[in-house]
Design a protein around this ligand. Structure first.
Ligand code: NAI
Ligand code: OAA
Length: 330
């Protein structure tokens, strides 16, 4: 029995992500929460002949409580997306409060759920989530994940366009750091199987992974950011968490986690100087089983990229922590 909740379920990511979760045979209950339109989205999905029962909730009538009670996994794509000319950090002002409110609900009604944060800026919204959970005395770092899978998916896709691989996802590429611009660091030297990237193409490839989100924002021309590829990526990560919870072994995927709280994280936190960082995570029935240190084996070029990532991350992380502990005056 697995109850999945999508918070922000009526949005550009929320709807296709809910569709994918509804089609997952392991999900037995799917609760959709949003400030608008969830009754309609739920009614629509409920006609699909897969096992999950589907319910939709709005804030009225204790909707958040109803949606979250009994949840095993909560995926959060709630909040505004970018328009051309904006950075992810520009979303902080609105999305910080949205994520804080939803996590307060989770702390109260589903404190043991696995929490997957998609809302941007992920580099800051995950530290916000951690602080809220800490204050409620229910923080389990092994169950809090910033979803950076889209960066991995992009790296796989863009590498395949160079290597000619027929199935891009057959190549495993660790993408680490954070989820914005220079904080995103693909480690092509650690791809499995190994990939041969011509030296003159490497910088452009790294840049495309780091700024893949901007490519979509520009193409959508004011109509938002990546939604369909994000729904695919969010579901890919959620599905892995669900499979691990059900006992499947050896599942690894990068995610942005609180390093000091997860097995193997301390030494990476020392190397990087940051507490929140995306690294390959081995998943198990309790969430993060261990994190895998790919940082110390990065090559010299990647180490330079990492240095740039650390400084951006420090600023983003402290902004999130401050938001909860020293709230802005209203
Ligand atoms: N982690 C990642 O790799 C990615 C993250 N994103 C982020 O995901 C977020 C959502 O993007 P889209 O789905 O395109 O936006 P959207 O605007 O289409 O949908 C957002 C949904 O959140 C809902 N919402 C707003 N406040 C809420 C609240 N308090 N509780 C519940 N729901 C609430 C809205 O009603 C809307 O339905 C954005 O912040 C975006 O930047 C987008 C792509 C990739
Ligand atoms: O670029 C954005 O704003 C949305 C996002 O996080 C991505 O597509 O990676």
């Amino acid at each position: 029995m697995v109850k999945a909740v999508v918070a922000g379920a009526s949005g550009g990511i929320g709807q296709p992500l809910s569709l994918l979760l509804k089609s997952d045979p392991n999900v037995t209950e799917l609760a959709l929460y949003d400030v608008v339109n969830t009754p309609g989205v739920a009614a629509d999905l409920s006609h699909i002949s897969s096992p999950a029962s589907v319910t939709g909730y709005l804030p009225k009538d204790d909707g958040l409580k109803q949606a979250l009670t009994g949840a095993d996994i909560v995926v959060i794509p709630a909040g505004i997306p970018r328009k051309p000319g904006m950075t992810r950090d520009d979303l902080f002002k609105i999305n910080a409060g949205i994520v804080q409110g939803l996590i307060e609900g989770i702390a109260q009604y589903a404190p043991k759920a696995y929490i997957l944060v998609i809302s941007n800026p992920v580099n800051s919204t995950v530290p916000i989530a951690a602080e809220v959970l800490k204050r409620a005395n229910v923080f389990d770092p092994k169950r809090l994940f910033g979803v950076t899978t889209l960066d991995v998916v992009r790296a796989e896709t863009f590498v395949a366009s160079l290597s000619g691989s027929k199935n891009p996802s057959d190549t495993t590429i660790p993408v680490i750091g954070g989820h914005s611009g220079e904080t995103i660091v693909p480690l092509f030297s650690q791809a499995k199987p190994a990939v041969n990237i011509p030296a003159e193409k490497l910088d452009a490839l790294v840049n495309r992974v780091q700024f893949g989100g901007d490519e979509v924002v520009k193409a959508k021309d004011g109509a938002g950011s990546a939604t369909l590829s994000m729904a695919y990526a969010g579901y890919r990560f959620a599905q892995k968490v669900i499979k691990a919870v059900k006992g499947e072994k050896g599942i690894v995927e990068p995610s942005y986690v609180y390093l000091p709280g997860v097995p193997g994280g301390d030494s990476i936190a020392k190397t990087t100087g940051v507490d929140f960082f995306s690294v390959p995570v081995e998943l198990g029935p309790n969430g993060v089983e261990k994190v895998i240190d790919v940082v110390s084996s990065a090559n010299d070029h990647e180490k330079k990229l990492l240095e740039a990532a650390y400084s951006g991350l420090k600023t983003n992380i402290s902004k999130g922590v401050e938001f909860v502990n020293n709230p802005p005056q209203k």
